[in-house]
Design a protein around this ligand. Structure first.
Ligand code: SAM
Length: 333
Protein backbone atom coordinates (compact mmCIF):
# COMPACT_ATOMS: atom_id res chain seq x y z
CA UNK A 1 0.00 0.00 0.00
CA UNK A 2 1.09 3.57 -0.67
CA UNK A 3 0.85 6.48 1.83
CA UNK A 4 -2.72 6.59 3.27
CA UNK A 5 -5.15 9.30 2.27
CA UNK A 6 -5.34 11.97 4.97
CA UNK A 7 -7.23 15.20 4.44
CA UNK A 8 -6.34 18.72 5.70
CA UNK A 9 -8.36 18.13 8.89
CA UNK A 10 -6.35 15.00 9.76
CA UNK A 11 -9.26 12.70 8.80
CA UNK A 12 -8.17 9.39 7.26
CA UNK A 13 -10.16 8.62 4.13
CA UNK A 14 -10.79 4.89 4.06
CA UNK A 15 -14.38 4.66 2.83
CA UNK A 16 -15.34 5.04 -0.83
CA UNK A 17 -18.87 5.12 -2.17
CA UNK A 18 -19.16 4.58 -5.89
CA UNK A 19 -22.21 5.21 -8.02
CA UNK A 20 -22.13 2.77 -10.93
CA UNK A 21 -25.14 4.17 -12.80
CA UNK A 22 -27.44 7.16 -12.64
CA UNK A 23 -30.36 5.00 -13.82
CA UNK A 24 -32.95 3.55 -11.52
CA UNK A 25 -36.05 1.40 -11.84
CA UNK A 26 -37.82 3.52 -9.19
CA UNK A 27 -38.67 7.23 -9.25
CA UNK A 28 -38.82 8.08 -5.54
CA UNK A 29 -40.53 11.43 -5.33
CA UNK A 30 -37.97 13.04 -3.00
CA UNK A 31 -35.07 11.83 -5.17
CA UNK A 32 -35.96 12.05 -8.88
CA UNK A 33 -38.57 13.58 -11.11
CA UNK A 34 -40.68 11.09 -13.04
CA UNK A 35 -39.12 12.04 -16.35
CA UNK A 36 -35.44 12.09 -15.64
CA UNK A 37 -32.92 12.57 -18.43
CA UNK A 38 -30.14 10.09 -17.98
CA UNK A 39 -26.56 10.35 -19.14
CA UNK A 40 -25.49 8.90 -22.48
CA UNK A 41 -23.81 5.53 -21.87
CA UNK A 42 -20.42 6.68 -23.21
CA UNK A 43 -20.21 9.21 -20.38
CA UNK A 44 -20.19 6.41 -17.81
CA UNK A 45 -17.05 4.73 -16.59
CA UNK A 46 -16.84 1.27 -18.10
CA UNK A 47 -16.77 -1.74 -15.79
CA UNK A 48 -13.02 -2.03 -16.45
CA UNK A 49 -12.50 1.65 -15.57
CA UNK A 50 -14.56 1.23 -12.41
CA UNK A 51 -12.39 -1.73 -11.44
CA UNK A 52 -9.16 0.18 -12.08
CA UNK A 53 -10.37 3.19 -10.16
CA UNK A 54 -11.61 1.24 -7.14
CA UNK A 55 -8.48 -0.90 -7.08
CA UNK A 56 -6.39 2.29 -7.04
CA UNK A 57 -8.37 3.61 -4.07
CA UNK A 58 -7.87 0.29 -2.26
CA UNK A 59 -4.13 0.55 -2.88
CA UNK A 60 -4.31 4.05 -1.42
CA UNK A 61 -5.93 2.86 1.82
CA UNK A 62 -9.66 2.49 1.19
CA UNK A 63 -10.91 -0.38 3.37
CA UNK A 64 -14.64 -0.12 2.78
CA UNK A 65 -16.29 0.07 -0.61
CA UNK A 66 -20.00 0.74 -1.01
CA UNK A 67 -21.58 0.42 -4.45
CA UNK A 68 -24.60 2.56 -5.08
CA UNK A 69 -26.38 4.56 -7.79
CA UNK A 70 -28.98 5.14 -9.24
CA UNK A 71 -29.84 1.52 -8.69
CA UNK A 72 -26.56 -0.43 -8.79
CA UNK A 73 -28.23 -3.72 -9.68
CA UNK A 74 -29.69 -2.35 -12.93
CA UNK A 75 -26.20 -1.68 -14.34
CA UNK A 76 -25.56 -4.26 -17.04
CA UNK A 77 -22.79 -6.69 -16.12
CA UNK A 78 -22.54 -5.39 -12.56
CA UNK A 79 -21.78 -8.86 -11.16
CA UNK A 80 -18.55 -8.92 -13.19
CA UNK A 81 -17.52 -5.82 -11.28
CA UNK A 82 -18.45 -7.30 -7.85
CA UNK A 83 -16.66 -10.53 -8.69
CA UNK A 84 -13.59 -8.54 -9.67
CA UNK A 85 -13.62 -6.48 -6.49
CA UNK A 86 -13.82 -9.59 -4.31
CA UNK A 87 -10.12 -10.22 -5.03
CA UNK A 88 -9.28 -7.28 -2.71
CA UNK A 89 -11.22 -8.66 0.26
CA UNK A 90 -8.78 -9.57 3.00
CA UNK A 91 -6.04 -7.93 0.96
CA UNK A 92 -6.59 -4.23 1.71
CA UNK A 93 -10.36 -4.23 1.55
CA UNK A 94 -12.33 -5.13 4.70
CA UNK A 95 -15.81 -4.75 3.30
CA UNK A 96 -17.53 -4.82 -0.08
CA UNK A 97 -21.16 -3.78 0.16
CA UNK A 98 -24.00 -2.02 -1.62
CA UNK A 99 -27.05 0.16 -1.15
CA UNK A 100 -30.02 -0.98 -3.20
CA UNK A 101 -33.74 -0.45 -3.53
CA UNK A 102 -34.06 -4.24 -3.34
CA UNK A 103 -36.02 -4.62 -6.58
CA UNK A 104 -33.43 -6.95 -8.16
CA UNK A 105 -32.15 -8.52 -4.96
CA UNK A 106 -34.05 -11.76 -5.27
CA UNK A 107 -32.05 -12.51 -8.41
CA UNK A 108 -28.70 -11.17 -7.23
CA UNK A 109 -28.55 -12.16 -3.55
CA UNK A 110 -26.67 -15.43 -4.03
CA UNK A 111 -24.12 -14.13 -6.59
CA UNK A 112 -23.47 -11.13 -4.31
CA UNK A 113 -22.84 -13.44 -1.37
CA UNK A 114 -20.53 -15.52 -3.54
CA UNK A 115 -18.60 -12.33 -4.38
CA UNK A 116 -18.04 -11.67 -0.67
CA UNK A 117 -20.89 -9.27 0.14
CA UNK A 118 -21.91 -9.90 3.74
CA UNK A 119 -24.09 -6.89 4.50
CA UNK A 120 -26.52 -5.00 2.33
CA UNK A 121 -28.50 -1.80 2.86
CA UNK A 122 -31.99 -1.82 1.43
CA UNK A 123 -33.91 1.45 1.12
CA UNK A 124 -37.54 1.10 2.10
CA UNK A 125 -39.70 3.95 3.35
CA UNK A 126 -43.07 2.32 4.03
CA UNK A 127 -44.69 -1.06 4.63
CA UNK A 128 -47.95 -0.03 3.03
CA UNK A 129 -48.10 -1.30 -0.60
CA UNK A 130 -50.19 1.66 -1.78
CA UNK A 131 -47.93 4.23 -0.15
CA UNK A 132 -44.92 2.35 -1.47
CA UNK A 133 -46.21 2.76 -5.01
CA UNK A 134 -46.95 6.41 -4.30
CA UNK A 135 -43.43 7.26 -3.04
CA UNK A 136 -41.44 5.09 -5.48
CA UNK A 137 -43.87 5.76 -8.37
CA UNK A 138 -42.73 2.54 -10.11
CA UNK A 139 -41.83 0.09 -7.36
CA UNK A 140 -43.51 -3.02 -5.95
CA UNK A 141 -43.27 -3.57 -2.19
CA UNK A 142 -43.78 -7.29 -2.56
CA UNK A 143 -40.76 -7.63 -4.85
CA UNK A 144 -38.56 -5.71 -2.41
CA UNK A 145 -39.70 -7.84 0.52
CA UNK A 146 -38.85 -10.96 -1.49
CA UNK A 147 -35.44 -9.45 -2.22
CA UNK A 148 -34.82 -8.89 1.50
CA UNK A 149 -35.76 -12.49 2.26
CA UNK A 150 -33.45 -13.75 -0.48
CA UNK A 151 -30.54 -11.71 0.92
CA UNK A 152 -31.15 -13.14 4.38
CA UNK A 153 -31.45 -16.66 2.98
CA UNK A 154 -28.10 -16.21 1.24
CA UNK A 155 -26.59 -15.30 4.64
CA UNK A 156 -26.41 -11.52 4.43
CA UNK A 157 -27.15 -9.14 7.25
CA UNK A 158 -29.75 -6.66 5.98
CA UNK A 159 -30.12 -3.08 7.16
CA UNK A 160 -33.21 -1.20 6.09
CA UNK A 161 -32.74 2.52 5.53
CA UNK A 162 -35.86 4.63 5.95
CA UNK A 163 -35.98 8.27 4.93
CA UNK A 164 -38.03 9.96 7.66
CA UNK A 165 -40.87 11.87 5.98
CA UNK A 166 -43.42 13.92 7.84
CA UNK A 167 -47.01 13.31 6.77
CA UNK A 168 -45.87 10.08 5.16
CA UNK A 169 -44.16 7.46 7.30
CA UNK A 170 -44.32 9.23 10.67
CA UNK A 171 -47.50 7.23 11.37
CA UNK A 172 -45.61 3.99 10.73
CA UNK A 173 -42.77 4.51 13.16
CA UNK A 174 -43.78 1.80 15.63
CA UNK A 175 -44.89 -0.60 12.88
CA UNK A 176 -41.52 -0.29 11.15
CA UNK A 177 -39.77 -0.97 14.42
CA UNK A 178 -41.87 -4.03 15.21
CA UNK A 179 -41.47 -5.38 11.68
CA UNK A 180 -37.67 -4.99 11.78
CA UNK A 181 -37.56 -6.79 15.15
CA UNK A 182 -39.74 -9.64 13.89
CA UNK A 183 -37.73 -10.05 10.68
CA UNK A 184 -34.32 -9.66 12.37
CA UNK A 185 -33.41 -6.59 10.32
CA UNK A 186 -31.32 -3.63 11.37
CA UNK A 187 -33.08 -0.31 10.92
CA UNK A 188 -31.75 3.17 10.26
CA UNK A 189 -33.63 6.42 9.84
CA UNK A 190 -32.27 9.16 7.59
CA UNK A 191 -33.17 12.83 7.53
CA UNK A 192 -34.31 14.02 4.14
CA UNK A 193 -31.60 16.18 2.58
CA UNK A 194 -32.12 19.21 0.37
CA UNK A 195 -30.91 17.65 -2.87
CA UNK A 196 -32.33 17.42 -6.36
CA UNK A 197 -34.91 19.67 -7.91
CA UNK A 198 -37.72 19.40 -5.41
CA UNK A 199 -39.48 22.63 -4.49
CA UNK A 200 -38.48 24.31 -1.26
CA UNK A 201 -41.98 24.37 0.22
CA UNK A 202 -42.47 20.66 -0.36
CA UNK A 203 -39.06 19.95 1.18
CA UNK A 204 -39.81 21.82 4.38
CA UNK A 205 -43.22 20.23 4.47
CA UNK A 206 -41.77 16.72 4.51
CA UNK A 207 -38.80 17.36 6.80
CA UNK A 208 -39.19 15.27 9.95
CA UNK A 209 -36.22 15.99 12.23
CA UNK A 210 -34.90 12.82 13.83
CA UNK A 211 -34.84 14.49 17.22
CA UNK A 212 -38.67 14.59 16.98
CA UNK A 213 -38.73 10.97 15.86
CA UNK A 214 -36.56 10.04 18.83
CA UNK A 215 -38.81 11.94 21.20
CA UNK A 216 -41.76 9.96 19.84
CA UNK A 217 -39.90 6.69 20.34
CA UNK A 218 -38.86 7.69 23.85
CA UNK A 219 -42.54 7.82 24.85
CA UNK A 220 -42.64 4.02 24.61
CA UNK A 221 -39.03 2.84 24.67
CA UNK A 222 -35.75 3.39 26.45
CA UNK A 223 -33.04 4.41 23.99
CA UNK A 224 -29.40 4.07 24.96
CA UNK A 225 -26.66 5.39 22.71
CA UNK A 226 -24.17 2.71 21.65
CA UNK A 227 -20.50 3.05 20.78
CA UNK A 228 -21.11 0.62 17.86
CA UNK A 229 -19.90 1.99 14.49
CA UNK A 230 -19.98 0.60 10.97
CA UNK A 231 -17.62 3.11 9.42
CA UNK A 232 -20.53 5.18 8.13
CA UNK A 233 -22.25 8.30 9.46
CA UNK A 234 -24.99 6.57 11.51
CA UNK A 235 -25.16 6.84 15.30
CA UNK A 236 -26.63 3.75 16.91
CA UNK A 237 -28.99 3.30 19.82
CA UNK A 238 -30.29 0.24 21.58
CA UNK A 239 -34.01 -0.09 22.16
CA UNK A 240 -34.04 -1.43 25.74
CA UNK A 241 -37.40 -3.20 25.56
CA UNK A 242 -36.71 -5.11 22.32
CA UNK A 243 -32.90 -5.29 22.28
CA UNK A 244 -32.93 -3.85 18.75
CA UNK A 245 -30.20 -1.71 17.28
CA UNK A 246 -31.47 1.49 15.69
CA UNK A 247 -29.41 3.85 13.57
CA UNK A 248 -29.89 7.57 12.99
CA UNK A 249 -28.33 9.52 10.13
CA UNK A 250 -28.84 13.15 10.95
CA UNK A 251 -27.01 15.44 8.54
CA UNK A 252 -29.31 18.29 9.56
CA UNK A 253 -29.92 18.11 13.30
CA UNK A 254 -26.53 16.66 14.19
CA UNK A 255 -23.82 17.46 11.76
CA UNK A 256 -21.34 14.57 11.66
CA UNK A 257 -18.71 16.06 9.38
CA UNK A 258 -15.95 16.07 12.00
CA UNK A 259 -15.62 12.30 11.74
CA UNK A 260 -16.11 12.09 7.97
CA UNK A 261 -13.95 9.32 6.52
CA UNK A 262 -15.49 9.05 3.07
CA UNK A 263 -15.56 10.36 -0.47
CA UNK A 264 -17.85 9.58 -3.37
CA UNK A 265 -17.31 8.93 -7.05
CA UNK A 266 -20.14 9.38 -9.55
CA UNK A 267 -20.78 7.03 -12.44
CA UNK A 268 -18.92 9.45 -14.73
CA UNK A 269 -15.83 9.47 -12.54
CA UNK A 270 -16.34 12.74 -10.67
CA UNK A 271 -14.82 12.53 -7.22
CA UNK A 272 -16.85 14.50 -4.68
CA UNK A 273 -15.05 15.15 -1.45
CA UNK A 274 -18.30 16.13 0.29
CA UNK A 275 -21.92 15.16 -0.47
CA UNK A 276 -23.02 18.70 0.32
CA UNK A 277 -20.44 20.75 -1.59
CA UNK A 278 -19.92 21.37 -5.29
CA UNK A 279 -16.15 20.95 -5.48
CA UNK A 280 -15.08 17.83 -7.34
CA UNK A 281 -12.21 16.32 -9.29
CA UNK A 282 -12.50 14.55 -12.62
CA UNK A 283 -10.99 11.06 -12.47
CA UNK A 284 -12.22 9.93 -15.87
CA UNK A 285 -9.69 12.08 -17.69
CA UNK A 286 -6.59 10.59 -15.95
CA UNK A 287 -8.17 7.11 -16.21
CA UNK A 288 -8.56 7.46 -19.98
CA UNK A 289 -5.33 9.41 -20.55
CA UNK A 290 -3.00 6.58 -19.59
CA UNK A 291 -2.99 2.88 -18.84
CA UNK A 292 -0.68 3.54 -15.91
CA UNK A 293 -2.28 4.68 -12.65
CA UNK A 294 0.18 7.42 -11.67
CA UNK A 295 -1.96 10.27 -13.06
CA UNK A 296 -5.06 8.85 -11.40
CA UNK A 297 -3.28 8.60 -8.05
CA UNK A 298 -2.06 12.19 -8.36
CA UNK A 299 -5.59 13.41 -9.11
CA UNK A 300 -6.98 11.54 -6.09
CA UNK A 301 -4.30 12.91 -3.74
CA UNK A 302 -4.78 16.47 -5.02
CA UNK A 303 -8.54 16.18 -4.44
CA UNK A 304 -8.25 14.78 -0.92
CA UNK A 305 -5.93 17.69 -0.10
CA UNK A 306 -8.92 20.00 -0.61
CA UNK A 307 -11.63 18.01 1.14
CA UNK A 308 -13.77 20.65 2.88
CA UNK A 309 -14.46 20.70 6.58
CA UNK A 310 -18.18 20.00 6.12
CA UNK A 311 -21.45 20.63 4.35
CA UNK A 312 -23.87 23.52 4.86
CA UNK A 313 -27.25 21.75 4.86
CA UNK A 314 -29.59 23.66 7.12
CA UNK A 315 -33.40 23.92 7.31
CA UNK A 316 -33.43 26.42 10.17
CA UNK A 317 -35.08 29.82 9.87
CA UNK A 318 -37.79 28.14 7.75
CA UNK A 319 -35.76 28.15 4.57
CA UNK A 320 -33.69 25.50 2.89
CA UNK A 321 -30.05 26.47 3.09
CA UNK A 322 -27.04 24.70 1.63
CA UNK A 323 -29.30 23.26 -1.02
CA UNK A 324 -27.74 21.15 -3.76
CA UNK A 325 -29.18 21.00 -7.26
CA UNK A 326 -27.29 17.74 -7.80
CA UNK A 327 -29.46 14.64 -7.44
CA UNK A 328 -28.67 11.95 -4.89
CA UNK A 329 -28.82 9.47 -7.78
CA UNK A 330 -25.99 11.37 -9.46
CA UNK A 331 -23.60 11.55 -6.51
CA UNK A 332 -24.67 8.19 -5.13
CA UNK A 333 -26.67 8.05 -1.93
N1 SAM B 1 -31.12 2.89 -5.56
C1 SAM B 1 -30.41 2.61 -4.34
C2 SAM B 1 -31.33 2.73 -3.15
O1 SAM B 1 -32.53 2.98 -3.34
O2 SAM B 1 -30.86 2.52 -2.05
C3 SAM B 1 -29.17 3.46 -4.14
C4 SAM B 1 -29.23 4.92 -4.46
S1 SAM B 1 -30.39 5.88 -3.51
C5 SAM B 1 -30.08 7.49 -4.17
C6 SAM B 1 -29.60 5.87 -1.92
C7 SAM B 1 -30.38 6.39 -0.76
O3 SAM B 1 -30.51 7.79 -0.88
C8 SAM B 1 -31.78 5.82 -0.62
O4 SAM B 1 -31.92 5.32 0.69
C9 SAM B 1 -32.66 7.03 -0.79
O5 SAM B 1 -33.82 6.93 -0.01
C10 SAM B 1 -31.75 8.14 -0.31
N2 SAM B 1 -32.12 9.47 -0.77
C11 SAM B 1 -32.39 9.91 -2.01
N3 SAM B 1 -32.67 11.24 -2.01
C12 SAM B 1 -32.56 11.65 -0.72
C13 SAM B 1 -32.72 12.89 -0.04
N4 SAM B 1 -33.04 13.99 -0.71
N5 SAM B 1 -32.51 12.92 1.30
C14 SAM B 1 -32.18 11.80 1.99
N6 SAM B 1 -32.01 10.61 1.42
C15 SAM B 1 -32.21 10.52 0.09
Amino acid sequence: MTVPLIDPFARTIDYLRVSVTDRCDFRCTYCMSEHMTFLPKKELLTLEELDRMCSTFVRMGVRKLRITGGEPLVRKGIMTFFEGMSRHLGDGLDELTLTTNGSQLERFAQPLWDAGVRRVNVSLDTLDPTKFKEITRWGSLDKVLRGIKAAQAAGMRVKVNVVALKNFNDVELFDLLAWAAAEDLDLTFIEVMPMGDMGEVQRLDQYWPLKDLRAQLAQRFTLTELTYKTGGPARYFEVGETGQRLGFITPLTHNFCESCNRVRVTCTGELYMCLGQEDMADLREPLRASEADAGLEDAIRAAIARKPKGHDFDYSRQEVAGQMTRHMSHTGG
